[in-house]
Design a protein around this ligand. Structure first.
Ligand code: SAM
Length: 315
């Protein structure tokens, strides 16, 4: 459907949990295991997704928190993939638990997978995320073997932590069906409020003239893509702060408790849970209103403070 600013909204990011196996400093506020808050059931997520599909949503990305923490993740994926009108179901994961699951996810109907990986050095990775690098690398291999390709590796660059690894990440694109994307640190969560930690795409590109711009693979994609002669994969930059792309934004988010957030960088939220006890018309009507009211854009450049961290919103 078209929002009040004429944008076609066709992409739903569905956060199925805010719990996570990692504790990335820029993402979560708390140090320990996230407490289990109220989460919708499989059927409730699917009901919301069906209503979204009636309004023109064509693509769903399952995210979180860590989506693989949901024991019913295969049922969620297969249920989403079976909804008439939904052409594509993808997932964003930290891949800590992907080993042994990639093939089943593919069979459930998952099309592609994005894997968050902030460092190729085991010590830096542990320091930044608390996670195990070997598990992620094994997960990437499994995802490739399962045909969830091209596997996208997303790295959030934090100056002084992992920005010296940019060329090592780019090297991953050489002979495997792997795309690497560098995500600008966003001012959501406490670390992202420090502008000096952000590494913009302009400086990365200026230092790498061998990166040649290529057209986007998909309409509405948020990365600007580059190719390197002789490499199988692409290199992308997602730069919501230095190169705002709100005018082309085609997405909404639904959080794990059923709250719809039309814009990542705006605290406007519409709880859908109350509509789940009513009929389909009122649920669809609430989503339609929310989409229509999607804000014109984020205000990251004006000191926006998000009331939620990324693991809660669904990154
Ligand atoms: N647990 C899954 C994962 O790690 O991919 C999915 C959820 S995670 C919140 C999704 C993405 O959001 C990750 O790539 C993470 O690095 C990114 N992210 C979280 N906080 C961010 C921030 N402040 N700025 C930029 N990206 C952020």
């Amino acid at each position: 459907m078209i929002d009040q600013f004429g944008r076609t909204i066709e992409y739903l990011r569905l956060s199925v949990t805010e719990r996570c196996t990692l504790r990335c400093a820029y993402c979560r506020a708390d140090e320990g295991v996230c407490p289990k808050k109220e989460e919708l059931t499989t059927d409730e997520f699917l009901r919301i997704a069906r209503a979204c599909a009636c309004l023109g949503i064509r693509k769903v990305r399952v995210t979180g928190g860590e989506p693989l923490l949901r024991r019913d993740i295969l049922a969620i994926v297969s249920g989403l993939a079976a909804i008439p009108g939904i052409a594509e179901v993808n997932m964003t994961t930290n891949a800590q638990m992907l080993q042994g699951q990639a093939q089943a996810l593919k069979q459930a109907g998952l099309r592609r997978i994005n894997i968050s990986l902030d460092s190729l050095d085991a010590d830096t990775f542990r320091e930044m995320t608390g996670g195990d690098l070997a598990a992620v690398l094994a997960g990437i291999d499994e995802a490739i073997a399962a045909g969830l390709t091209p596997v996208r590796i997303n790295a959030v660059l934090v100056r002084g932590k992992n920005d010296r690894e940019v060329d090592n990440f780019i090297a991953l694109t050489k002979d495997r069906p792997v795309d690497v994307r560098f995500i600008e640190l966003m001012p959501i969560g406490s670390l992202g409020q420090d502008d000096s930690l952000r590494v913009g795409s302009d400086e990365l590109l200026a230092a790498r003239p061998y990166l040649k711009p290529v057209p986007p693979l998909q309409a509405g994609q948020v990365s600007t893509d580059y190719a390197i002669h002789g490499h199988l994969g692409r290199v992308g930059f997602i730069s919501p702060v230095s190169h705002k792309f709100c005018a082309a934004c085609n997405r909404i988010r639904v959080m794990s408790d059923g709250t719809l957030r039309p814009c990542l960088g705006n605290n406007l939220e519409i709880p859908l849970k109350e509509y789940l006890s009513g009929d389909d018309n009122s649920l669809t009507g609430a989503i339609r209103d929310a989409i229509y009211r999607k804000p014109v854009g984020h205000h990251f450049e004006e000191g926006f403070i998000s009331l939620k961290n990324m693991n809660e919103i669904g990154g």
